[in-house]
Write a protein that binds this ligand. Structure first.
Ligand code: MG
Length: 439
């Protein structure tokens, strides 16, 4: 049948005198693709756990039947890292062994339902590690950076925002200026960390010996008053051109968040992030009726279906997906493309508890997404760069990938083993009377 098809194709093109095209087509039909890329199977899937910069990082390594060909993917759920390691080593390895490396879409869907019960942060992170590693392998096989496989570059560099902090608005403004001097055009401003907890005076719950000693007291009222003041001082000192961002990180009552965001309108924020927890999605309609300040949302969503309705209703402006949390590049690109239809832009979550492999995956997607908005900049310490050769680079506020086939980041496993992960994490924030606050 193949020969028959070939002969007739060549014949037809020969009739029209297009021998070069006919020859090229013939090569494709004969399987030049298959000749160039012999079948490759997954040999093993394993987790690598390391904490070179203090944060627990988990990376998946997929080894293949082709000697020397492997892929890496970010599976970092920093707060429960050891559980993700078990999910990868005990379950994903068995599930993947012997399967074809090429069929990423099918692998994603079949791995997603392989436990029947699905869609939690542990399994989604494990799945992300697999997904990104398969994209890395596909890039290496195609001899192309991953952004080429996603559609090629829409821009020369990926514009990022830096994190500035300060105990006072004045100290914060000085730190914003430092980033502006480095070339950043976008800076996130926080006064003393999320919720400005250092401004809180007296934790009655601590005196009553209610809850753990390490739990943080946040005075919501003081925080809400401090944010417009912080914007006022930074705008006065740093001027109108720098784009300012702020993360509420949930932490306040929905109506209080709305009232505060209205006060920020005069300072033209680039976006305000996470005004509500994912449990409070219906408040977005009220927010939109009262203010036009751009909003970013979604780092705590688990499933891409959670983005569908709010994006179709244009309830927020920037997609804050934590890429490993939703299962990797494959689902993230679907949400990015959905955003194109509704003019909702990407702003992948890129804090220190994303591995350099994950940061690089973000940057590849940013290059290939027309409706890219902004990228939270990765910062790569010397230790991180030693453990992960090929980290993305940041210059003049733009992030760039290592221009090699695949995702572009490798791992030194011996060195990674020198930085063991820990199991302690405390995200507990409380009101004056000890009531737990969603963090
Ligand atoms: Mg956030």
């Amino acid at each position: 049948m193949k020969k028959l098809g070939l002969g007739s194709a060549a014949g037809i093109f020969g009739m029209f005198g297009s021998n070069t095209y006919a020859q090229a087509r013939e090569n494709r039909v004969q399987g030049a693709y298959a000749k160039g890329l012999p079948p490759v199977k997954i040999k093993s899937v394993k987790a690598i756990a390391t904490a070179p910069a203090g944060s627990n990082l988990i990376v998946v390594k997929v080894e293949t039947s082709e000697p020397g060909l492997y892929g890496l993917g970010c599976a970092t759920f920093t707060q429960r890292a050891a559980v993700v390691v078990t999910a990868i080593d005990s379950y994903l390895n068995d599930f993947c062994a012997g399967k074809d490396v090429d069929n990423i879409e099918d692998m994603w869907h079949s791995a997603y339902v392989s436990s029947y019960w699905r869609n939690g942060p542990v399994l989604n992170n494990a799945l992300s590690g697999l997904d990104q590693a398969l994209w890395d392998i596909k890039g290496k096989r195609a001899n192309m950076p991953v952004y080429q496989l996603l559609g090629g570059k829409c821009r020369f560099g990926v514009d990022t925002y830096a994190h500035a902090n300060g105990k006072t608005p004045e100290e914060l403004a000085d730190n914003v200026q430092k980033f502006m001097d480095e070339g950043f055009r976008h800076v996130r401003i926080q006064q003393g960390g999320y919720g400005a907890a250092h401004l809180a005076q007296k934790a009655d719950f601590k005196e009553a010996k209610f809850a753990a000693e390490a739990d943080v007291f946040m005075d919501q009222h003081t925080y809400l008053k401090s944010v417009p003041k912080m914007f006022e001082v930074v705008r006065k000192r740093c001027g109108e051109t720098v784009e300012l961002l702020h993360d509420i990180h949930e932490r306040v009552e929905p109506m209080d968040a709305i009232n505060m965001i209205k006060k920020l309108e005069e300072y033209s924020p680039f976006f305000i992030e996470d005004p509500f927890s994912p449990e409070n999605m219906k408040w977005f309609k009220t927010l939109r009726q009262h203010t036009s300040v751009p909003i970013a949302m979604g780092e705590l969503f688990n499933n891409i279906n959670e983005f569908k309705e709010p994006m179709a209703e244009q309830l927020f402006d920037y997609i804050r997906i934590h890429v490993s949390q939703i299962g990797g590049i494959t689902p993230a690109m679907k949400v990015a493309r959905l955003g194109e239809w509704f003019n909702v832009k990407t702003a992948w979550h890129g804090p220190g508890d994303v591995s350099p492999v994950g940061h690089s995956a973000h940057t590849h997607m940013d290059f290939a997404t027309w409706n890219f908005g902004i990228q939270e900049a990765g910062r790569f310490s010397e230790q991180l760069q030693e453990v992960f050769p090929g980290c993305p680079t940041v210059k003049n506020g733009y992030m760039f990938v290592n221009e090699v086939p695949g995702i572009g980041v490798d791992i030194n496993e011996k060195l990674a083993a020198k930085y063991p992960i820990g199991t302690k994490s405390n995200w507990q924030v409380r009101k004056r009377d000890g009531t737990s606050i969603r963090p």
